[in-house]
Write a protein of this length. Structure first.
Length: 304
């Protein structure tokens, strides 16, 4: 899946060719807020839930500022000194996002700067205990029946790149770990409108870390030791199933796979999202459902 990186490089060369004609603003008030509930299942960590609150403000037609924090519910983690598991809850890293968006006839372009604060509990894998930052660019063009898109991002860990997707359409699945270390993220695919209120998106993704990496597992609590005897734990590079903290080279955080997303917006206030992802590297299947409610600012969600 390394071809994803090469396929998106040409998109970067046309960023300066943004069309000059833009569409009118969709909201009359600069303020908006989003409350989301996410239910997630994967064959590594099982079931988990998440709440997210996002408050935003628009500046003119192109800029917006958003802040919020996820709250993890019923995350399953291994009890210290035991083979049993328990359910834990806790806040994740708070985030701030500054986004620029331009919808032109030639290109729909969004650039987002993301910063996170270590408000989560690193002993539960909900944070690395350090602040993180990231920059993500999204490019797409509407051909009517289809809309090809590409995304390229760079960040100091998974928290910043995951926060980019919080409060937006096309929510990504929850990761079973938090990572610390420089990494780039690439996504590319096609969006297909299925009417005015339903959109289908499918594509591929590639996570390319560089330099030393450290993973904080959400499955193994600090002070616990993973149990691999008689199980499939730790296979396919899933080191977070064996220990709470894993350090190593770039390979321990690398990933690539497939993703599909179905988004339904029955009104400007409500939004539902279902996604399926297949990590080819880790051999993990993930199914995720998100329900969101939008308030104020025309009740339109933040830019994707």
């Amino acid at each position: 899946m390394r071809f994803v990186s090469l396929s998106l490089i040409p998109l970067l060369t046309v960023a300066s060719a943004l069309a000059q004609e833009t569409h009118p603003a969709q909201s009359t008030s600069p303020f908006n807020a989003t409350a989301s509930f996410n239910e997630n299942y994967d064959n590594s960590s099982g079931y988990s839930s998440e709440l997210d609150g996002d408050v935003g403000m628009g500046f003119g037609k192109h800029f917006s500022l958003h802040t919020g924090a996820p709250f993890y519910l019923f995350q399953e983690t291994q009890v210290a000194g035991s083979t049993t598991t328990s359910r834990v809850s806790g806040v994740g890293d708070a985030y701030v996002k500054l986004a620029f968006e331009n919808k032109g006839d030639l290109l729909h372009y969004t650039s987002t700067l993301v910063g996170t604060l270590p408000s989560g509990d690193s002993s539960l894998g909900m944070s690395t205990g350090r602040a993180s930052g990231g920059w993500v660019n999204r490019f797409s063009h509407d051909f009517g029946a289809i809309e090809p898109f590409g995304e390229v991002g760079i960040g100091t860990g998974s928290a910043a790149l995951a926060a980019y997707l919080l409060g937006t359409k096309g929510r990504s699945q929850q990761l079973p770990f938090s990572s610390l270390g420089m990494q780039s993220a690439w996504r590319g695919g096609l969006g297909v409108p299925l009417g005015n209120k339903v959109d289908l998106e499918a594509g591929v993704y590639d996570i390319l870390p560089f330099g030393n990496q450290k993973l904080y597992s959400k499955e193994i609590k600090s002070g616990s030791v993973g149990v691999s005897s008689g199980s499939q734990k730790g296979q396919h590079g899933r080191t977070w199933e064996l220990a709470h903290v894993v350090s190593g080279d770039a390979g321990i955080a690398a990933d690539h796979g497939l993703m599909t997303d179905l988004n339904v917006s029955p009104s400007r206030h409500f939004e539902f999202d279902a996604s399926f992802g297949r990590s080819l590297h880790y051999a993990v299947n993930t199914l995720s459902f998100t329900a969101s409610v939008h308030f104020g600012g025309g009740s339109t969600p933040p830019a994707k």
